[in-house]
Ligand binder design. Sequence first.
Ligand code: GAR
Length: 207
Amino acid sequence: MVKTKIAVLVSGGGTNLQALLDAQREGILTDGEIVLVIASNPEAYALTRAAQAGVPGVVCSRKELGSQEAFEEAISRALADHGAELLILAGFMSILSADFTSRWPRRILNVHPSLIPAFCGKGFYGLKVHEAALAYGVKVTGATVHFVNEVPDGGEILLQKAVEVLPGDTPEDLQRRVMEQAEWNLLPQAAQMVAEEIRREKPNERL
Ligand code: GAR
């Protein structure tokens, strides 16, 4: 079987990357293979996780590269060098332009820590999402995996899971519960779904 080549884009701790690596090892992600990790930040602990799993890691920092164009060119080059077919944004905190996303229709997945369309879009990332959910007073939140298009958090939804908000939750408590109960399961599940679809479309799989 020719597996779908997956690149995971990260910026921070990389617990979602870890969930994908574990899912690959445990036979949950069977139709895809993580061939590359791209970090927008040279300090990202996710790079250590990649190295520990024997997956090549590349840093593409918008700040260091100077412009959005140069940043996306560096990402595109790394993707081409590794033959990536599916991109997974796993805590990737940089915005990708419409020019970039339009070249990967239904081929970029993102995990977002709320039930879209609540608490999403520009300015809603990481802990800020949970702070906003607690400030609003919602009793249920969750996570969403969606395809990425030119609208931040606006692409077609693939999977969602609800998670309870408990009295006295801090943003950190809620973030952890949403990760444990939703993100770390949903993301590998969605990766497997799309990796399988891509694998089936390959000409040599149809023979
Ligand atoms: C995750 O909660 C992810 O859903 C969120 O950042 C965290 C990254 O954690 N992503 C966004 O907010 C994107 N809008 P991780 O580095 O441990 O996977």
